[in-house]
Design a protein around this ligand. Structure first.
Ligand code: C2E
Ligand code: CA
Ligand code: CA
Length: 417
């Protein structure tokens, strides 16, 4: 049973008693941002101690009639009875957020600077059932995250985006997203040498949500961290199956620039490689050109660390950003992926073809492999071959396929050949 399920009966009985008393009740969901990551980095013992310290801090700024429950690895539920009006609920939320802003939480000689985000739901205004109030306070919490505020009160007319946030979070946690593999073809060796991992998300309410929608959405909230963790593990799990089955392929994984700011990201990735037993030099991380520019120093540092361990690095969507050639000299990349807008326009426009030719040459001069994306027909492939392009990807080579299916077919072919 989840901690929440254990908690609900206690919250319900406290709520029922509070309703006998005059005034309003508020249920607050409090999440400490970055707590989960701190726990994974420094250990559960550290996490537990910090959560205890956090609990004390919350108790210190609440009234003696308020109850604080531990609700998960990084969260608390606070029940506030006998409030005069809704403003008092928001004042309590403000006090609570302020308590974490003042000074870091300590455990031994290590400190942790947490930031609390609070969602508020009111009883009876937003419900009298503990579970419903809990969910509504969570929705308010998500809304607070979305708009970048430290706290928010539940609003009955919730927009699809709020619902989407909760659904995406739950579906990532429940491993309900899918991985697609799309093959990449080596022009000189004349065979498929790798796959790019592409995420897919299908929801009950909105159907298939394309990654071009939900990835930026995840990036704007804190969901990019669990999404990346999910994508790494799911991609490597399928890659490991190919290695074990004697039909190994390299695997390319898309990374959002935001993960570079996450402490310990390189270690997380290297740890995942070890867990799945996938060799570092068979993994390529893809970073878009524009992404690189948002925090060049940080990205370079993390990518260097990965390069030192053998992980390869591809510059994705090359040609669409406003990057100068200067950064390419210092950037620890191993391949350059020419954006599909150029590859797509190649046949119709001779100048675009010359641009592609120049990009391939730049890649080679810098000692990088040239990869062409969006190859949709044989003629494009032929021209790319003439230009000495190293690798091609696109519908002409193969569409993205559910990784399970892709792996099964590949393993079956390996057995018969
Ligand atoms: P991308 O990295 O440039 O991925 C290639 C996109 O082009 C994929 O779209 C793929 O389905 C599509 N594509 C491949 N070949 C062809 C072709 O021949 N013609 C055309 N018209 N399209 C082709 P998809 O899967 O919708 O992904 C869109 C973007 O979402 C990706 O662009 C990538 O930036 C991002 N993305 C996907 N999965 C993940 C993920 O797990 N994590 C992160 N951070 N980003 C992801
Ligand atoms: Ca990509
Ligand atoms: Ca791309």
């Amino acid at each position: 049973m989840s901690e929440r399920a254990h908690l609900l009966p206690a919250v319900q009985s406290r709520l029922d008693r509070a309703r006998q008393e005059p005034g309003l009740c508020a249920l607050l969901v409090v999440r400490l941002r970055g707590m989960r990551e701190a726990q994974l980095r420094y250990g559960y013992e550290f996490g537990n101690e910090i959560m205890l310290a956090a609990r004390e801090r919350i108790v210190a700024v609440m009234r003696h009639v308020d109850t604080v429950y531990l609700a998960g690895d990084d969260s608390f539920v606070v029940l506030l009875p006998t409030l005069r009006n809704r403003t008092h609920a928001l004042l309590a939320a403000t006090r609570l957020v302020g308590a974490f802003d003042e000074s870091p939480l300590m455990h031994g000689d290590r400190n942790w600077h947490g930031r609390a985000v609070v969602g508020v739901a009111l009883c009876p205004d937003h419900g009298t059932d503990a579970e419903l109030l809990f969910r509504r306070a969570e929705l308010a919490h998500d809304e607070a995250l979305r708009i970048g505020e430290p706290f928010a009160m539940y609003k009955p007319e919730s927009t699809p985006v709020e619902i989407l946030y909760g659904e995406l979070r739950d579906d990532i946690a429940a491993n309900k997203l899918d991985v697609m593999f799309q093959p990449l073809y080596d022009l000189r060796r004349g065979k498929v040498v790798s796959v790019e991992s592409l995420a897919r998300w299908t929801t009950a309410a909105f159907g298939a949500v394309p990654p071009s929608d939900f990835v930026p959405f995840a990036e704007r909230s804190d969901l990019i961290v669990p999404l990346t963790r999910w994508s790494l593990n799911a991609s490597l799990r399928h890659a490991a199956a190919l290695h074990r089955g004697g039909a190994p392929l390299d695997v390319a994984i898309n990374l959002s620039p935001r993960v570079f700011a996450e402490q310990g990201f390189a270690e997380q990735l290297l740890g995942a490689l070890e867990i799945w037993g996938v060799p570092a030099d068979s993994v390529i991380v893809e970073i878009t050109e524009t992404a690189l520019l948002t925090d060049l120093d940080m990205s370079v540092r993390v990518l260097r660390r990965l390069r030192d361990c053998g992980v390869r690095v591809a510059i994705d969507d090359f040609g669409t950003g406003y990057a100068s050639f200067a950064y390419l000299r210092h950037f620890p990349a191993t391949e350059l992926k020419i954006d599909r807008s150029f590859v797509d326009g190649m046949l119709a426009d001779p100048r675009t073809e010359q641009v592609v030719r120049a990009m391939i040459e730049v890649a080679h001069r810098l000692g990088l492999e040239a990869v062409a994306e969006g190859v949709e027909n044989a003629e494009t492939l032929r021209r790319l071959d003439e230009m000495n392009c190293d690798i091609a990807q696109g519908y002409h080579i193969g569409h993205p396929t559910l990784a399970e299916t892709f792996v099964a077919e590949r393993l079956a072919a390996a057995v018969t050949s």
